[in-house]
Design a binder for this molecule. Structure first.
Ligand code: ZN
Ligand code: ZN
Length: 172
């Protein structure tokens, strides 16, 4: 259970990072550090150089959410990150780490997010990574639930879009 939690966590971290860096007004450096802490990264205290690399990485992850060539892109990212999958246990029970033992924060994030998205694509399909269809929203999502395909980043965007569609139908 911890293992699958970590798999989803990699995709979840990728979504949160891409949204924090590339959508809306973007997140502050402080906000990025808090985001990583919330996703259970150890030592979520990035230097200024780390933050720059995290922002670059978020821009490279973004095209994985929708659009052609997702698999080729993820393979490119995986080839570009130092990977050494191994079982770790630091008080959470045995679970997989994808980066090299002792890797720095940025490389851990890179390994975990690239691997997490690759697993999501293999288990659920590339079309389950997407960009929100709501007007005015450019947030991405990873739909790893069973059932009908999601088209929105959040319940709020879904509700807003259904209400707008309802009003448009009634007006016509
Ligand atoms: Zn761990
Ligand atoms: Zn949205």
């Amino acid at each position: 259970m911890e293992t699958s939690g970590y798999r989803i966590n990699g995709a979840g971290t990728a979504v949160a990072l891409v949204n924090a860096v590339t959508s809306g007004a973007g997140s502050s450096d402080r906000g990025l550090a808090e985001l990583l802490g919330a996703h259970r990264y150890l030592v979520p205290e990035p230097s200024a150089a780390d933050v720059d690399r995290l922002r670059d990485w978020a821009h490279r992850l973004r095209p994985a959410f929708g659009g052609p060539g997702v698999i080729a892109l993820l393979n490119e990212l995986l080839a570009d990150v130092p990977l050494q999958p191994h079982i770790s246990d630091h008080g959470l029970g045995p679970h997989l780490h994808y980066g090299e033992p002792g890797a720095g924060l940025v490389d851990r994030v890179r390994a975990n997010t690239a691997f997490g998205l690759a697993l999501a694509v293999c288990e659920h399909g590339a079309e389950r990574l997407g960009c929100c269809k709501a007007a005015g929203c450019d947030r991405v999502y990873a739909d790893v639930q069973r059932g009908p395909r999601r088209r929105y980043c959040s319940r709020a965007c879904q509700n807003r879009s259904s209400a707008a569609a309802f009003r448009a139908r009634r007006a016509s």
